[in-house]
Design a protein around this ligand. Structure first.
Ligand SMILES: Cc1ncc(COP(=O)(O)O)c(C=O)c1O
Length: 446
């Protein structure tokens, strides 16, 4: 199939340079295991789990079969004033995997919806407790929480924000970023130990500025994923938890990337030993096969919302929020099959083990190459950071990404980084292939 066979006049591609795409398109027509087949019959290794989603590998029969069976049984049922058996089962499994008293799952369809849902829960919860004045949100520079107005506002990636001006939520502040390129440019599986206390800024400047009693929630990704796999300093998340507790602020972990095994355990919350008040998930909960996202809330949040309505009639709705496809039975059937598959094949443990190989291969094979200024690896993911081309931010990483694609490996450009996050079924030879292809591309684009 030649790409001229496609009419490409009508799809406006997301987060993609549309003007240049058609000159050198990347079109997949099939996938199996670790590989895609392109429109022109080439095999391309999926080095990014298709944007952190396809963690169990492509074309997994148990997931496909569960979806087909569900389609023939209950294709869809309204999510409001009714529900379905698959949604209850999926929620039970997800809550069972989550730490602490994170027990109540509010389903949605994506990470962006999860972000907005969690922010809305925070406001509604505080109001239910009689603290409706708590309406300040705090995110972090370079954080990514999707593209809804809520997630974009607490997010901190400048390009995603810059054209929306006053349409962004008011009363949002951002903590400083968690990267020290001087002392912690190269990190392989360990937690960077900072001499400086990054959170003093939150305690001494941001909270007093807004008055801590006005702050509803702080939202962070345990590891900053979309920005380019930046790791928190040792003890950072624990201290963040303590600060939130001290001031009655809710802590939201956006685990759309770190959730379900990427760090070798269930959630980033488990890896760092910190239980948030809400935990957002999406992507690989269904192996990416069907959209599903959600927010896992603590019992305390749910109970407070119910108790606040104790005086209203029982038919009254307690939280005016939800999506037509919240808890879609086919998506939930896919999630149940995916979570079972993760367990049966011990895939989280495998992600942890293969992550060590990836970290070693990246540090061994890419450190010292031209323009490489940092490498960060943790769990089954890593990023190699490059010095920018003068006057052309992001171009070096983009050119390397394109070069890798032409040589049969899909990686992800993120700012000046190339990110590698393969499916958990990855083998050593795949890791070697990815790192070799990235290394060659870095040399060629020096
Ligand atoms: C941490 C995080 N939150 C939210 C999102 C947005 O998810 P979606 O694209 O499904 O809306 C992403 C997407 O990469 C993400 O990494």
């Amino acid at each position: 199939m030649a790409y001229q066979d496609f009419n490409m006049a009508h799809q406006w591609l997301p987060f993609t340079p549309n003007r240049s795409f058609q000159k050198d398109p990347r079109i997949f027509v099939a996938a199996d295991g670790m590989h895609f087949t392109t429109h022109d019959g080439r095999q391309v290794l999926d080095g990014i789990s298709s944007l952190w989603c396809v963690t169990a590998g492509h074309n997994r029969k148990p997931i496909n079969e569960a979806i087909k069976k569900q389609l023939d049984t209950l294709d869809y049922a309204t999510a409001f004033q009714a529900s379905n058996d698959q949604a209850f089962k999926a929620a039970e499994m997800i809550a069972g995997m989550a730490p602490g008293d994170l027990n109540k799952v509010l389903f949605c369809n994506s990470g962006s919806e999860a972000a907005d849902t969690s922010l809305k829960v925070a406001l509604a919860y505080h109001r239910a407790r009689g603290e409706g004045h708590r309406n300040v949100f705090i995110g972090r520079e370079k954080g990514y929480h999707g593209v809804g107005f809520g997630g974009m506002s607490v997010g901190g990636i400048p390009a995603n924000r810059k054209v929306y001006g006053a349409a962004l939520l008011p009363r949002v502040d951002h903590m400083r970023f968690i990267h020290d390129p001087v002392h912690h440019a190269y990190i392989n599986g360990e937690e960077p130990v900072w001499t400086e206390d990054l959170l003093l800024e939150l305690e001494n400047r941001i909270l007093p500025l807004h008055d801590a009693s006005n702050v509803a929630a702080i939202i962070v990704e345990p590891v900053s994923g979309s920005a380019g796999w930046y790791l928190p300093p040792q003890g950072y998340l624990k201290r963040l938890r303590e600060i939130c507790d001290k001031h009655g602020i809710l802590l939201i972990f956006d685990e759309v990337i770190t959730g379900f095994g990427r760090l070798g355990c269930n959630f980033g919350a488990d890896y760092y030993g910190v239980v948030p008040d809400m935990l957002n998930f999406a992507k690989c909960v269904t192996n990416g096969v069907i959209p599903l996202g959600g927010v896992i809330c603590t019992d305390r949040i749910f109970d407070t919302m119910m108790q606040a309505n104790a005086g209203s009639p029982e038919y009254a709705i307690e939280f005016f929020h939800g999506y037509t496809y919240s808890g879609h039975p086919v998506a939930c059937a896919a999630a149940i099959a995916t979570l079972n598959l993760f367990k049966e094949e011990n895939l989280f443990e495998r992600a942890g083990q293969m992550g060590k190989l990836l970290g070693d291969a990246m540090h061994g094979g890419l450190k010292g190459l031209p323009n490489v200024v940092g490498i960060r690896a943790l769990g089954l993911a890593g990023a190699v950071e490059l010095s920018p081309l003068a006057g052309a931010p992001g171009k070096r990483a983009y050119d390397i990404f394109m070069d890798c694609f032409h040589h049969g490996v899909l990686v992800r450009p993120a700012g000046e980084n190339i990110v590698i996050c393969p499916p958990y079924i990855v083998e050593k030879e795949h890791i070697d292939q990815i790192v070799n292809v990235v290394g060659d591309a870095i040399r060629k684009n020096a």
